[in-house]
Write a protein that binds this ligand. Structure first.
Ligand SMILES: O=C(O)[C@H](O)[C@@H](O)[C@H](O)[C@H](O)COP(=O)(O)O
Length: 240
């Protein structure tokens, strides 16, 4: 589903509506909302959207779709960015974020994060997130899954280490495609002209890029774009 909005503020409203629906559904059914978040521009969108959701935030468990191997007080830390942006605005405690282990190798951090997922999801064949909020970079990457990288072919691990990320910092951990594509819902929220050409290549040309490979086995992928980001998409591509 592709939703076109006039501007960033409308985009944030649509994102908030989707979060309300998905979190309410999950909390009613399972008593918690297990959601994965990315870094980048999403942090700012969420810091506004979450002020307008009616969801019971105390029932949220927040995971990272990818995270950089840097201390949380580093400017590069996604957890650090959320702490800074949400502070005083959104009622999510630090301990509701499932954080990655720092000060160890990327391999050890990925293994530890997979164990943390197992603790929350049980010993299932694949964890099922209620929702993943993904970003897409100018090269079509999503999470820390970059074009042409061997991690695109990962079929076993839930969480993979990456030591050679083309986007700095080089050391990160990331969810893998089997986990991403098992989610109940994925949302990409995109604003600005810098996303327009890549969105066309992904959604119209369907070029084999990481973001194109996000295809859920059961749930729905929702793209929420503003006018600028969606300017090269044909009108018949929009659901709304
Ligand atoms: O570690 C990262 O780099 C981010 O988690 C990444 O996956 C992000 O979601 C995209 O790069 C999009 O970032 P923007 O929304 O800022 O373009």
């Amino acid at each position: 589903m592709i939703i076109k909005t006039k501007n960033e503020s409308e985009l944030i409203d649509e994102l908030a509506k989707l979060i309300n629906d998905k979190s309410e559904e999950a909390i009613t059914k399972n008593g918690s909302f297990k959601v994965g978040v990315s870094g980048g521009s999403l942090v700012k969108f969420l810091s506004v959207a979450l002020q307008n959701v009616k969801s019971d935030l105390s029932k949220w468990i927040v995971f990272f779709c990818d995270e950089r191997m840097v201390p949380s007080d580093s400017e590069d830390s996604t957890f650090g960015a959320y702490k800074k942006e949400l502070k005083g605005k959104v009622n999510l405690n630090d301990d509701q974020f499932v954080q990655i282990m720092q000060g160890v190798t990327v391999e050890a951090a990925a293994e530890d994060y997979a164990k943390k997922l197992m603790k929350h999801f049980g010993e299932v064949s694949l964890p099922k997130f209620d929702m993943l909020m993904l970003g897409m970079g100018p090269d079509g990457h999503t999470c820390s899954l970059f074009p042409g990288h061997k991690l695109l072919e990962e079929t076993e691990a839930w969480v993979a280490p990456i030591g050679d990320s083309p986007k700095p910092p080089p050391e990160r951990i990331t969810l893998t495609f089997p986990v991403i594509n098992n989610a109940g819902c994925v949302v990409f929220a995109m604003a600005g002209a810098s996303k327009a050409e890549m969105l066309r290549r992904i959604l119209v040309e369907k070029e084999d890029l990481p973001a194109t490979r996000v295809e859920l086995s059961e749930g729905e992928v929702v793209w929420i774009v503003d006018t600028e980001a969606g300017k090269y998409l044909p009108p018949d591509h929009f659901t709304k």
